[in-house]
Design a protein. Structure first.
Lengths: 266, 291
């Protein structure tokens, strides 16, 4: 495969993020937000065609639905998975791998999308509410996409409200089966991390070209582990870039990272 | 048997202090005409149970809500509902924050007349910590500890559907009916607004009986409200009115914004509402949202 001449960092991240679903088989790949959604589509159209996917509304599709304005009926339904069946069929059954962008992530992989600061009764900044995060995190595989790696996201202590379960031993209620908690990848604008450290600690496994481990550590509120061999995030291939372009005809990916920086190869 | 009510009769049958479930999902297929009737009424101290959209923000802004039981509150393309946010950040709302799946599970427990249903969901999170949920242990060999999701019993549930008849047979078309049927079965009384009310469904639309998402014994009142989901979406009939939702959201940043929205848009009665938001034809022609 040839390497494409030019690409953006966002496209490089989309390719890295698509690896989260490699070999997952027949489950629903959900990417929330433009880059995770493109990554899921790319995974299905390249290495893992068995993946299932929705049109974002109610139907299962075999051709990933392009982002942005299109004809309502352009997407062709192959199956049906409305919200009214979602918990039965995808979430609680474990037949799903979601990639999300939380507002806070802590060292245990616990995340928060409920509120920031203040208290449960009077938050400083109210956000969405826990949505499906408690159920997602205890029932199926999850990954994360962070477009601006910083200490505001990767917080020093615990997240302000634990919306999703991680690997915090202090929150392991005795007798509860936490064996389905399965956090895979965190793709950020600096690096790729997994949960392969000591006791599922977050570990840097790939650095984007030109980024150092120290730089990542500096932007993280807790101590990171380093994989024994940290590799460099690969450049997208021409084929991957063509698929991304086809799935994002309006170039919404250009707005994912601040100033849409160019990608680099070593 | 005739369950048809005027919108005034509907709102007169509710009482302050009730627990009311509002079906639909975020800015999708919300019974907005019924909600507006509540906004115009003297009702107060309500406990609202919802997958929340603009109806939650409006009810909060109008001071109708004592307690909110929710999985989320969002208007999709406008992710954060501004009036819900204001109420939360002012610390004036009593809340129970749930996972989305826990909410429908609590409705199912109520529908099945069970005190609770067990689930993994919520364990290990602050939804458990703050919600005061209790656990149960499986009596079988696995001995697993599970969260006991209490029944979410509703005094009333509100739905908006495409068709209803005077007997309470309803049909909800469109790609997704969310958890509407469980709101209905969890409630003592369910009120349905419909785009169209006919005398007998079997005389008018027998071919669509599979769209009858909940049996008529669970439906107590039927109100005709054409375009009654506006500004939320009603597929396949019409889409959400994002322009309207945006100006509603913007009003939250202005002094007296809610009072103005109420006076200019909600207004004194439902009869003039559609004219105030651009007219019947414009609402009926709103394109379906693309995801």
């Amino acid at each position: 495969m040839t390497t494409a001449p030019e690409f953006t960092l966002c496209e490089q991240l989309i390719v890295a993020a698509s690896e989260a679903w490699r070999g997952n088989g027949e489950l629903v790949a959900t990417g929330i937000g433009p880059a995770p959604r493109l990554a899921a589509g790319l995974a299905k159209l390249t290495h893992t065609p068995e993946l299932m996917m929705t049109d974002g509304e109610a139907y299962l599709v075999e051709d990933p639905v392009p982002l942005g304005p299109r004809g309502y009926d352009d997407r062709k339904a192959a199956g049906y998975l409305p919200f009214s069946r979602f918990f039965d069929a995808a979430v609680w059954s474990g037949k799903r791998h979601a990639m999300v962008t939380p507002s806070q992530i802590d060292r245990f992989g616990q995340t928060n999308i409920s509120y920031l600061g203040g208290t449960y009764d009077q938050p400083k900044v109210q956000m969405l509410g826990a949505r499906g995060f408690p159920g997602n995190s205890i029932c199926h595989i999850n990954s994360m996409f962070v477009p601006a790696h910083s200490k505001r996201i990767f917080v020093e202590g615990e997240v302000d409200m634990v919306s999703s379960v991680g690997y915090n031993p202090a929150r392991r209620t005795p007798g509860v089966d936490f064996s389905r908690v399965d956090l895979r990848l965190i793709v950020t604008d600096l690096c790729v991390m997994d949960f392969g450290g000591t006791d599922n600690a977050i570990r840097v496994v790939m650095l984007h070209p030109g980024v150092t481990f120290e730089q990542v550590q500096e932007a993280t509120g807790f101590a990171l582990e380093a994989a024994s061999e940290i590799t460099e995030t690969p450049a997208p291939t021409a084929e991957q870039l063509a698929i991304i372009a086809q799935l994002d005809p309006h170039r919404l990916r250009a707005g994912v990272l601040k100033d849409n920086p160019a990608g680099k190869r070593s | 048997m005739n369950k048809q009510l005027t919108i005034e009769e509907f709102v007169a049958s509710l009482k302050s202090g009730m627990t009311i479930g509002i079906a639909g999902w975020g800015p999708r297929r919300k019974p907005m005409a019924l909600v507006r009737a509540i906004l115009r009424s003297e009702l107060t101290d309500l406990t609202i149970v919802a997958y929340g959209g603009p109806e939650v923000g409006m009810l909060c802004a109008a001071g109708k809500v004592k307690k909110l039981i929710f999985g989320f509150v969002s208007m999709d393309a406008i992710p954060l509902e501004p009036y819900f946010r204001k109420a939360r950040e002012a610390g004036t709302l009593d809340i129970l924050e749930l996972d989305e799946g826990m909410l429908q599970w609590g409705l199912k427990a109520a529908a099945f007349r069970l005190p609770f249903l067990p689930t993994h969901v919520g364990l290990g999170t602050d939804v458990m910590t703050h919600g005061g949920f209790k656990t149960v242990q499986s009596p079988y060999d696995d001995g697993e500890v599970l969260l006991a999701m209490p029944a979410l019993k509703l005094d009333a549930a509100l739905l908006h559907v495409h068709r209803a008849d005077k007997l309470g047979n309803i049909q909800a078309l469109g790609p997704d009916t969310y958890y509407d049927e469980w709101f209905a079965r969890a409630a003592d009384r369910t009120f349905v607004s419909a785009e169209e009310v006919v005398d007998r469904m079997d005389h008018s639309y027998p071919e669509d009986a599979r769209a009858n998402i909940v049996e008529r014994c669970f439906i107590h009142g039927v109100v005709e409200a054409p375009l009654g989901a506006h500004p939320t979406s009603m597929p396949p009939s019409y889409g959400w009115d994002m322009k309207h939702l945006k100006s509603y959201a913007d009003s939250a940043r202005e002094d007296g914004g809610w009072d103005r929205y109420f006076a200019d848009t909600i207004g004194a009665d439902e009869a003039g509402y559609l004219d105030r938001v651009g007219g019947k034809d414009a609402v009926a022609a709103l394109p379906l949202p693309i995801f």
